[in-house]
Design a protein around this ligand. Structure first.
Ligand code: BJ8
Length: 429
């Protein structure tokens, strides 16, 4: 049975134009990493079994499901940023998937089209395409890029030559009325592009339904986030991050249900003070760049060094799934305005100035009862590296311990990083 399934997947990957040999190598490395990092953790909640299953089938069953959706007339849209509204995709009979960019692949090929000093996230997105190892990219009917950081917006000019249907959304850089107007215009343009792609008109009820589906997902994630704040914490930072990562791939309704089931279990754990780590474990708030699948480097190093991550101020985390959209509007314009209201609050470092992010970090630090903040920047990511200095200064002025880390996806600096993290955790004890 298993053999037939794996033969079916291989046929599917071949039909998608993937490089089977390279993909086998990627899956082997991923499975090993997952075993070492995730499955070896102790006292995991049973509800994480679902997420383990999703991860084990992320290139198999999930892709098969997406292809079945396509056969039934739905479209699949791939995106790289939390500013792309899933609500509009759902309203137009499309499924939105995040395109993971969390591992190095085909770097020699990548460095023929991108400068070496490009951030690992952008390089990774190209590596998955050039190495032909990402079925989500290959199954997508449209790929959406966005004019956020300079690296992304310039790299999309090259990605356009590599994919069939590239769509780029413009983005404001300043939070003014004009910026809001630009986002509104762009969301309307995106809505039209989705309608053209799917051949389906988006009406008020359809958009309201899309909003409600995504709100439910976000509510479940907020519930999980609150449970992570309990002291002692009922779940590891690695597992909390995994749920935030799966947020971008899974069927939305099933995901919401699974997160809520996990939360039911965590509530009982909190009641019984069933903890994942001993009392007195230093609690860390991570803040900074998104950690896309399978980028588990920082939580792995922090938790192996004896810390516990209690929240991520990140797009793969609270910044990406916080705040609901008001679904009460009676017209399409009113619902789009409600979307703009929600998305315009995202404190991405591409905005200038970006004072709300600092306030958010401070609030999360207090809410999560963290002992310290680790600011994580991906090497060569100017927006977050630049912001990390004033963030650190401001936190330290309030006696909040902060460690600034800049790293890439390789494990070459793991030893050095572990030493710094251990020293930081010592200070927090
Ligand atoms: S809303 S954080 S998902 S843009 S790490 S590619 S910023 S150089 S990912 Fe992001 Fe949207 Fe903003 Fe969030 Fe550029 Fe930095 Fe690379 Fe980055």
């Amino acid at each position: 049975m298993e053999e037939t399934m794996s033969a079916d997947y291989r046929r599917m990957w071949t039909e998608l134009g993937m490089d089977l040999e390279a993909h086998d190598a990627l899956l082997e490395a991923l499975n090993k990493g997952y075993q070492d990092i995730y499955l070896n953790q102790e006292s995991r909640p049973e509800g994480m079994g679902y997420f383990d299953f999703v991860m084990s089938e992320v290139h198999g069953l999930r892709i098969q499901e997406l292809r079945e959706e396509q056969q039934a007339g739905r479209k699949v849209i791939g995106s790289y940023c939390v500013f792309v509204p899933e609500e509009i995709a759902l309203a137009g009979n499309a499924t939105l998937v995040g395109l993971c960019s969390g591992a190095d692949f085909a770097m020699e090929e990548v460095e023929k089209v991108l400068p070496r000093n490009t951030c690992a996230l952008i390089k990774s997105s190209f590596g998955f395409k050039l190495g032909k190892v990402c079925p989500f990219l290959e199954v997508s009917d449209m790929i959406v890029g966005e004019n956020t950081c300079d690296g992304k917006k310039k790299s999309y000019e090259s990605l356009r030559d590599l994919v069939d249907n590239m769509y780029v959304m413009d983005m404001p850089q300043i939070k003014t009325e004009e910026g809001r107007d630009l986002l509104r215009t762009e969301y309307k343009r995106f809505l039209q592009a989705v309608e053209e792609l799917t051949g389906r008109n988006i009406d008020v009820e359809g958009l309201r339904q899309g909003i409600q589906t995504v709100n439910a997902k976000r509510q479940a994630m907020a519930r999980l986030q609150r449970l992570r704040w309990a002291d002692p914490a009922p779940i590891s930072g690695l597992d909390g991050l995994l749920a935030s990562q799966v947020f971008f791939y899974d069927n939305p309704e099933r995901f919401t249900k699974s997160v809520n089931t996990l939360c039911d279990e965590l509530e009982k754990r909190v009641e019984n003070e069933e903890a994942v780590s001993p009392k007195g474990t230093p609690r860390i708030l991570m803040s900074g760049c998104p950690m896309a699948v399978p980028n588990w480097k920082m939580p792995y190093l922090v938790e192996s060094a004896g810390g516990l991550i209690v929240g991520e101020e990140s797009c793969v985390g609270e910044r990406g799934n916080r705040t609901l959209v008001d679904d009460s509007g009676e017209t399409l314009d009113a619902l789009i305005d409600a979307l703009v209201d929600r998305y315009f609050q995202i404190e991405c470092a591409i905005f200038t100035p970006n004072p709300d992010r600092l306030e958010r970090i401070k609030k999360m630090y207090a809410d999560s009862r963290a002992d310290g903040v680790i600011h994580y920047s991906i090497q060569f990511c100017q927006p977050y590296i630049m912001e990390s200095i004033p963030v650190e200064k401001s936190l330290e002025a309030e006696d909040t311990p902060c460690l600034r880390v800049e790293t890439d996806y390789s494990m070459e600096d793991a030893g050095q990083l572990s030493t710094r993290i251990e020293a930081f955790l010592e200070v927090l004890k």
